[in-house]
Design a protein around this ligand. Structure first.
Ligand SMILES: [Cu+2]
Length: 265
C-alpha cells in the first residue's frame, strides 16, 4: 500500500499545511480550463449539472442512490487537481460536530480575509464567472451561516453510523449533509452554486469520511449489485471503483484533539 495519501481534519492542520491547502486553491482559481476551479466546480450544479442528490440527477430520468459514490468520485478528481498544483497536498475535512466552535462559526481558515503571508485568503470565497449560464452568474460566492439552522451533532453522526442497511444509511447521511448546506446558507444552500464555495469540498470530505467510517463497520455487502456498474459521469469511474478508498489512493487520518488553528472565525 505504497503512497496512500492521508486526508486530515481542518482542525488538525499545521500552519504549513494550511498554506499548502490555500495555495492549491489559489492556483486552481487562476486556471480557466478543466484543471481549474471554475470548470471543476461547475460540474456539480451550474452549468453542467452532473451531481446526484436524493436519487436524482438533472441528466438522467432514472432514480438511483448515487449521492455517496458520485461525490466520492468528484472529490477524488478534485483532490488530484489540487495535487497537480501543489504536490503532496490533500483535501482536509471540516468536522462540523466539534464544539467549540461548533455553533460559533465556520473554521477560521475559511473566514480570515488574508493568510499568514498577507495574501487574500482563497478559502473565503470564489468569484463565479458564468456569463453564458441561464441565469447568468458573475459574482463572488456568499455565505450566511448560523441560526435558525443548526449544525448536526455527534449524536446525529452516531445515529447514521448505527444504520446497517445501505439505503437507510445513505439517506440518513444525506439528510445530515443537507442540514450543513442549510446552515452555511447562501450559495451552499442551493445545489446550483454550492460547489463554488471553497468550504463545499471540506464539507463533502466529512461526509465521505463518515461513509468510510461506516464501511469499516458494515463493509459494502448490502450495496445493491445493480448499482455497481453505474458510471459516475463525467468521471471515468464506476460505483465499484470508488467503494474502497484505498483503490483511490487515500485514507482518513485518525481524528485528533482540536488545536487552535481551526478555532472560531
Ligand atoms: Cu453537498
Amino acid at each position: 500500500m505504497a503512497d496512500i495519501r492521508m486526508r486530515q481534519g481542518v482542525h488538525n492542520l499545521d500552519a504549513s499545511q494550511v498554506a499548502a491547502f490555500r495555495d492549491s486553491y489559489r492556483q486552481m482559481m487562476q486556471i480557466n480550463d478543466n484543471r481549474g476551479y471554475q470548470v471543476l466546480a461547475g460540474r456539480h450544479g451550474v452549468p453542467d449539472w452532473y451531481c446526484w442528490h436524493h436519487q436524482q440527477n438533472a441528466r438522467v430520468a432514472q432514480n438511483m442512490r448515487l449521492f455517496l459514490p458520485w461525490h466520492r468520485a468528484y472529490l477524488y478528481t478534485w483532490e488530484l487537481a489540487m495535487r497537480d498544483r501543489v504536490p503532496g497536498v490533500t483535501l482536509p475535512w471540516w468536522d462540523w460536530t466539534l464544539g467549540p466552535p461548533r455553533q460559533n462559526g465556520l473554521p477560521a481558515i475559511f473566514t480570515q480575509r488574508t493568510g499568514a503571508d498577507g495574501q487574500p485568503n482563497p478559502l473565503l470565497g470564489f468569484r463565479i464567472n458564468l456569463p453564458q449560464a441561464n441565469p447568468r452568474v458573475v459574482r463572488p460566492t456568499r455565505r450566511s451561516p448560523g441560526p435558525p439552522n443548526e449544525l448536526p451533532r455527534q449524536a446525529d453522526v452516531d445515529d447514521c453510523l448505527s444504520r446497517t442497511e445501505w439505503a437507510d444509511f445513505s439517506d440518513a447521511l444525506e439528510d445530515i449533509h443537507d442540514q450543513v448546506h442549510g446552515w452555511v446558507s447562501g450559495d451552499m444552500g442551493v445545489i446550483g452554486t454550492a460547489a463554488f464555495d471553497p468550504i463545499f469540498w471540506s464539507h463533502h470530505a466529512m461526509i465521505d469520511r463518515i461513509w468510510w467510517l461506516w464501511q469499516a463497520r458494515n463493509g459494502n455487502g448490502n450495496v445493491p449489485t445493480d448499482l455497481l456498474d453505474e458510471v459516475l459521469a463525467p468521471f471515468n469511474l464506476q460505483v465499484r471503483d470508488v467503494l474502497n478508498v484505498h483503490d483511490l489512493g487515500y485514507e482518513y487520518a485518525a481524528a485528533q484533539s482540536v488545536v487552535p488553528i481551526g478555532g472560531t472565525g
